[in-house]
Unconditional design. Structure first.
Length: 246
């Protein structure tokens, strides 16, 4: 029963995150105002705002203009359920778990914006680092050595890439994501997080180039790969023993 309640709450939270990630691009507030169809501007009824269920009931179309509703929203809702469950599985400290859920949520919003527009607002980047620092303190305590090694270990390579390439290989936003990676994974797993992010990003780039969707000069958002690496390494570090050699 608890898991069902968590999933339902996560879906509604994901609905909000979807709005937060997208609505600001058309100048509307993500916190105030009624939800509307982006095409015909029809104000949506409450029964049209139920995550997943409304999308299926309406067959993916607006009840007003009958134009197709983007799959973006149900996908974000499902992804939110995934990150919430991963946060719960990864942590047994209630306070740390709640903070981690918020950290993952803001990283998800930042990743979406990075993918869609290759631009992440400064307040999102700052929130990502602040929440990640709060999680590190709540889960591992105030240990200077751990915080310094985690933070430096996370940002050193991305920072070098940004400076040496003059932001052609990576952007400053990726450094904030990398800082969050280090703080969340800690000094034990920061190295594996960075390595994993480059492996995941590299494989994705190879696929895009092989399918003709990108070339060697194309700019690919790296923040989302860092986020995925955080999720994978964090989960494996909890569920497996000895998976990562030290």
């Amino acid at each position: 029963m608890i898991i069902i309640v968590l999933i339902v709450l996560s879906l509604f939270w994901g609905s909000f995150l979807g709005v937060l990630a997208s609505r600001r691009t058309i100048g509307a507030s993500a916190l105030w105002g009624r939800s509307k169809c982006l095409k015909c501007k029809k104000t949506l009824n409450w029964f049209e705002l139920i995550p997943i269920i409304s999308f299926l009931f309406l067959k993916g179309k607006c009840s007003g203009c009958r134009k197709r509703i983007s799959y973006f929203y149900p996908v974000v809702e499902i992804l939110t359920v995934v990150i919430v469950l991963l946060a719960i599985i990864s942590e047994n400290n209630i306070v740390a778990t709640i903070i981690l859920i918020f950290a993952y949520s803001v990283m998800l919003v930042g990743s979406i914006r990075d993918i869609l527009w290759q631009e992440v607002e400064s307040w999102i980047l700052i929130a990502i680092v602040v929440l990640s620092l709060a999680y590190a303190l709540a889960s591992r305590g105030f240990v200077i050595q751990d915080l310094v090694i985690s933070l430096v270990g996370g940002i050193i390579i991305p920072l070098l890439f940004v400076v040496l390439s003059h932001e052609k290989w990576m952007g400053w936003g990726d450094v904030f994501f990398a800082a969050a990676l280090g703080l969340i994974l800690g000094q034990k797993y920061v190295y594996w997080g960075i390595v994993s992010s480059f492996i995941i990003g590299g494989l994705f780039a190879i696929i895009l180039i092989a399918t003709g969707r990108a070339n060697l000069k194309s700019r690919i958002s790296f923040g989302p790969f860092i986020f995925v690496a955080v999720l994978i390494v964090k989960l494996l570090s909890v569920l497996t023993t000895g998976f990562f050699p030290y």
